[in-house]
Structures are given as C-alpha cells and as structure tokens.
Design a protein. Sequence first.
Length: 303
Amino acid sequence: MKAAAFNRPGGPEVLELMEVPTPEPGPGELRVRVRAAGVQPFDLAVRAGWMPAGLPDGFPRVPGNEFAGVVDRLGTGAAGPAAGTEVVGFTRLTAYAEYVVVPADQVAPKPAGMPWEVAGGFSAAVQTPHIALEALGVGEGDTVLVHAAAGGVGSVAVQLARIAGAAVIGTASPANHDYLRSLGAVPVAYGEGLEDRLRAAAPDGVDAVIDGAGGEALEVSLRLVKDPAQIITLVEHDRAAGLGVRLTPHRRSAARLTDAFRHYEAGRLRIHLRGVFPLARAADAHRELATGHGRGKVVLVVD
Ligand SMILES: NC(=O)c1ccc[n+]([C@@H]2O[C@H](COP(=O)([O-])OP(=O)(O)OC[C@H]3O[C@@H](n4cnc5c(N)ncnc54)[C@H](OP(=O)(O)O)[C@@H]3O)[C@@H](O)[C@H]2O)c1
C-alpha cells in the first residue's frame, strides 16, 4: 500500500509517498481503508526524531494518530463494526496510509453526513479537549480559559466548554478574534500585557484552564487560578508535575467519539478545516501546521 512515511528523521521534506507492506488484522483487530487522516503537532515531533515510548522504532515510520475510513477486514474474534461500515478511529502512528489496523474498539461508526475531511481530523481534535474538560470537572457557570483557542484542539475545547454551560475566554492573535467569537468565546490577544487583559476579562479569576500554548500562557495561568491542578497543559509535559499542573489522562475511547458525534449531528460542534492536502503532499501539510498559526485542523485525504 501507499503511505506518507520517512526513512530518517528530519524536516518536512523527509516525508514521502512510498510503498510499505499492507498490514493484516490480528485477533481482535480490524483493518480500515483510510479516506482521511488528521495532522497533529505530535506528528511533526515524530518526523523530527522524537519517539514516544512503547512504539516500534524502525523505519520506514508512518505518522498519524487519527483517521476515518471504511472497515475492510476483521481479524478473528474482532467485535467491531462490520466490513463496509464508515468509521472514525484512533491509533498511535500509522494513519498516513491507505490502510490502518487497530484494535476493534478503537473505531466508532461515522455520522452519515460528516465529510471525510472532517472525520479524519475529528478524533484527536475532539477527544483531547473532551477528556481535559471532563478531568477538570467543567460545568454550568464555570469560567474556562483556553490558550491557543483558534487551533485544532482549542477550537473544539471552546465549543465543548460552551456546551457544558461554561463561559469561555480564548487566547489568539487578533486575526482570529472574530472566529473565536463565532465559537462562543471572549477573545483575548496573547503577547505583552496578556495577564492584564485576562484579569480584565475574568475579574473573579478562572475555574479551569486548558493550555494549548505553553510558556507565557502557562505562567500567567498559574497566577489566575487558586490551585495549579485547575490547569491541564497540552504542551509543557516536562514541567507539569513540578508545577502541580496536570496532563491529559489517557482516556480515548469509541464511546467518547460517539458522545461527541451527538454534538456534531445537533449542529453544536463544528470542525473548521485549516488545510486539506492529498496524502502525496503530506510534507506541505506539515509545513502548514509548523507555522504555528491559523484556525482549525490540517487534514490529509487518501484516494
Ligand atoms: N497531550 C495531548 O493529548 C495533546 C493532544 C493534541 C494536541 N496537543 C498539543 O496541544 C497543542 C495545540 O495543538 P493543536 O493541534 O491545536 O495545534 P495547532 O492547531 O497547530 O495550534 C495553532 C494555534 O496556536 C495559536 N497560538 C500560537 N501561539 C500562541 C500563543 N502564544 N498563545 C495562544 N495561542 C497561540 C495560533 O493562534 P494564532 O493563529 O491566532 O496565532 C493557532 O490558532 C500542541 O502543542 C499539541 O502538541 C496535545
């Protein structure tokens, strides 16, 4: 099969369309013919040479943690959707490819009206803030601060916090402020004077923070909450424990996807696409994400 993969770590240019062995589903697994795969900052780090613990570290290495496609083959005993079912799913690496194999409980049937591009970028963009808001106990009447609120994860964090009944303040550059308002957040510009602007927007402080930016965003947030455990950082993995700040728990599931689909189908949750690239242009998709600016998700489509 074809995959966008790399044989050595490096810049976006190491990512090339190449032939790799087509995976076969083992017991309890199923294979999906991929139609779209989301692109995450995680993938850029992997391509540059970082390797998460517990994953096979050989080459060629295929990035991609989220995908959508059609179930193609089930392994023995796999209790998953039947062959032919359109699904959204998650994995760790391997999704930038024509086929992906995952445990059968890592896919959920895709809403019929959801376009493939949206479905491909749905899992990580939605599950990450869904898990974070749950872990922070965000509910009716809370004030939530989302840093990098216009990004792939932040855009969904804003919407899910609003659905939970919270007031939301989101940081972004002024170019994205109208976008944040359209999602239901009060926009605040990052950069010099951030703390003063946040205090003006939330005179009583904030109840929970999702930090998708790190650095100054995290420093300022620590001064706005009563307890650092009210903050989940998506970025500062190395510093979090020392600061008493939390990381996103590992709780991805098909049930969580299905719960989020309800909001999508009811029109309460939308995914803005920042860029859609064919698999052969995965390097350009990485270049786009690497700018660090823009709104919504970058997605690869697979013919
Ligand atoms: N731990 C996890 O489970 C997990 C999962 C997914 C993602 N993440 C991490 O979460 C972070 C965000 O991911 P993403 O996919 O949403 O990335 P993304 O889409 O690339 O985020 C881009 C956004 O960041 C904003 N931004 C840049 N600098 C900023 C600053 N100083 N303050 C506030 N906003 C700023 C940009 O806004 P402007 O365009 O307005 O500048 C842009 O909207 C990444 O570090 C990623 O690795 C973690």
